[in-house]
Design a protein around this ligand. Structure first.
Ligand code: SF4
Length: 132
């Protein structure tokens, strides 16, 4: 996002304490690691991730997210902190709303991340969390 990710600009909000974070990164890992420093979106205009048309799965931001080395941490953060707008971790707002419903029905964060990212290993790996 041309020098700053959404988290760097806006900071973390309040975590949704009801999320069962089993299998996903801990809050300490999300906060202490500097995963956003490796975000692929740093080199692109922020509007690709934030404007209204990011509701579309055809957004040009999504392929960039899919190749991002910290996609797992980004998506975990968006789900734990309830980021409702824009694209995070290669998901649109409406996709995250569906993922949030799964979390509300008791699925673990690790399971939801694995469903999106393709494997439990990738969802929970230290590298993908961006742990320093
Ligand atoms: S997954 Fe997408 S929004 Fe998240 S840090 Fe990477 S490029 Fe940015």
């Amino acid at each position: 996002m041309t020098g700053a990710t959404a988290i760097e600009r806006d900071g973390y909000g309040t975590p949704q304490r009801w999320v069962d974070r089993t299998g996903g990164p801990t809050l300490d890992e999300l906060h202490a690691s500097r995963w956003h420093h490796r975000a692929a979106c740093r080199d692109w205009p922020a509007y690709l991730w934030t404007d209204d048309y990011t509701h579309a799965q055809t957004s040009p931001a999504i392929p960039i997210c899919e190749e991002c080395p910290v996609r797992g941490a980004c998506l975990a953060s968006a789900l734990v902190y309830g980021d409702e707008y824009g694209i995070y971790g290669g998901t649109t707002a409406s996709e995250r709303a569906r993922l949030t419903r799964r979390l509300r029905h008791g699925e673990t964060l690790g399971a939801v991340l694995a469903a999106v990212l393709g494997s439990p290993e990738r969802a929970s790996s230290r590298a993908d969390r961006g742990a320093a």
